[in-house]
Write a protein that binds this ligand. Structure first.
Ligand code: ZN
Length: 77
């Protein structure tokens, strides 16, 4: 799919190391990546999106009543 572009001499957009001709590389979003670097980025993004979805679910729970609603009448004197 992207195999016809020559990546040798370019730098990986993730690890910034030079890509060698024998490296398995991916051209994505106008930049070269080692295949392993791209795959690791995809894995990290998927993990981050799962965690973000968990947080969104947690904060989307119905609100509990505020603790001040009945305590304001308390007088200690
Ligand atoms: Zn890399």
């Amino acid at each position: 799919m992207f195999a016809n572009k020559n990546h040798a001499g370019s730098r990986c957009a993730r690890c910034h190391n030079l890509l060698k001709e024998e490296d398995s590389a991916e051209y994505r979003e106008d930049a070269w990546y080692h295949k392993t670097c791209w795959d690791e980025g995809v894995r990290q993004l998927n993990t981050a999106m799962k965690r973000a979805a968990e947080i969104a679910r947690r904060f989307a729970l119905p609100r509990v009543s505020t603790p001040h609603s009945e305590a304001d009448h308390t007088n200690s004197s």
